[in-house]
Design a protein around this ligand. Structure first.
Ligand SMILES: Nc1nc(=O)c2ncn([C@@H]3O[C@@H]4COP(=O)(O)O[C@H]5[C@@H](O)[C@H](n6cnc7c(N)ncnc76)O[C@@H]5COP(=O)(O)O[C@@H]3[C@@H]4O)c2[nH]1
Lengths: 184, 184
C-alpha cells in the first residue's frame, strides 16, 4: 500500500524532525519580526491535503490571496550522509473577504505530489482511481500516526479538502482561514 | 507495497531534481577547489543501499576511512509551498589500503532509514522480515525506474550491499572504492 509507506515516511523523515521545534522557531521569528504571528493557538504547521493531489509549488498560484511573507529560521541536521541537510518552513499572509491579513505557517504535504506524479508516469502503473484511494488512505494513516505521537501533539493542523468541484478561485484561502478561526 | 511508493517518491521528489544538475554542480566545485574530483567518469551520485537498512547519519561513523570534505553548491527550488527548499550533496574523501584518497559524491538512500524506523515503531506493524523484503524491493524498483529515466542517465551509481555478516570495519570504504574503480 503506497500511501501507508508514504505517510510513515512523511512522519518519521520530516514531521517528527520539524514539528517539535516549530513553536521555538516561530517564537524566534516573532521576536525579530514585530510579533507578526499574534495568536499562539495558530503556532502550528498547517498541512494542506488536497484529495485530488494537485499540489502547486507556489501557494500564490493556487490562490492569489495567499502571499509569501518569509521563511522561518532554518534547521540543519546531518542526515544519511548529507552534511547539514536543510529543513525550512514558510510563513504566509492570507487575506480574507474584508482584506484583513492573517499569518500562519502553511505548506502542502509533499508526498501527495509524488502520488500525482506516479499517476502521470506510464511506468508507475498507477491510475487516477487508485490515486484518489491512496490520497484518502494517506490522510487517514497520517491522522492516526500523528494522534499517537506525543512529540508532535498540538504542533499541526491537517487541512483535508477536495476542490475538484470548486469554481471559486479563493477556495483555498477561505478553507485555511476557516481552520485558523476554529483554533481561536 | 511500501517500498514501491518510497522508490517512486525518492525518484520523483529528489533524484529527478538533483541528478540532471549534478555534473554542472561538480564542475563548478572543481574549478573552485583545485580540481579535486579528477575522473569525470565518477562524476555521479553514489547511492548507498544497505539491505539491512542500517543508515548512519555520518559516513565517518560507518567507516573511519570515509572523511567529509565539503558540500557541493546548493540548489534552491520552490516546492509544494516551501520557498527556496534546499537540496545539497556531500563530497567525501575515501582512503584505500595504501592510504591514497579518492574523492566522490556519496550518500545513503534516505528512504531505507524510514524503513528501519518503521520496523522499530510498534504502531507501524512492520517486522524485520518484512523490512528486508521491502529493502530488496526498494532497490529493484529504483533500478528499474532509473534505467528508464533519460534525465538521470549516467548520473548515478547504485551500491547495494549486505554487510550484516561483515566483521570488517572498513567494509564500506572498500565497497565504494570497488565501484569507483569499475567506472574508470
Ligand atoms: N516539505 C518538506 N520539506 C522537507 O525539507 C522534506 N524532507 C523530506 N520531506 C518529505 O518527508 C518524507 C520523508 O523524507 P525522506 O528524507 O525520508 O525521503 C526523501 C529523501 O529520500 C529524498 N530527498 C528529498 N529531499 C532531499 C534532500 N534535500 N536531501 C536528500 N534527500 C532528499 O527524497 C525523498 C522524498 O522526498 P519528498 O518528496 O520531498 O518528501 C519527503 C518524504 O515524503 C520533506 N517535505
Amino acid at each position: 500500500n503506497v500511501a501507508h509507506g508514504l505517510a510513515w515516511s512523511y512522519y518519521i523523515g520530516y514531521l517528527k524532525i520539524v514539528l517539535p521545534r516549530l513553536k521555538d522557531s516561530i517564537s524566534v521569528f516573532n521576536e525579530n519580526n514585530r510579533f507578526l504571528l499574534k495568536c499562539k493557538k495558530t503556532w502550528k504547521l498547517h498541512i494542506l491535503l488536497p484529495l485530488n493531489c494537485e499540489v502547486y509549488d507556489s501557494l500564490w498560484r493556487a490562490d492569489s490571496r495567499i502571499q509569501f511573507i518569509n521563511n522561518l529560521p532554518e534547521l540543519n541536521v546531518d542526515r544519511a550522509g548529507i552534511k547539514r541537510r536543510t529543513y525550512k518552513n514558510s510563513i504566509y499572509g492570507i487575506s480574507d473577504e474584508d482584506q484583513k491579513t492573517h499569518f500562519c505557517v502553511v505548506e502542502y504535504a509533499t508526498p501527495l505530489q509524488s502520488l500525482y506524479a506516479m499517476s502521470q508516469d506510464e511506468n508507475a502503473a498507477f491510475s487516477r482511481q487508485a490515486r484518489l484511494e491512496q490520497a484518502k488512505l494517506f490522510c487517514r494513516t497520517l491522522e492516526e500516526i500523528l494522534e499517537k505521537s506525543k512529540e508532535c501533539s498540538g504542533c499541526y493542523q491537517l487541512i483535508v479538502y477536495n476542490d475538484s468541484e470548486e469554481n471559486d478561485k479563493h477556495f483555498l484561502s477561505k478553507e485555511i482561514l476557516r481552520h485558523l478561526k476554529q483554533q481561536n
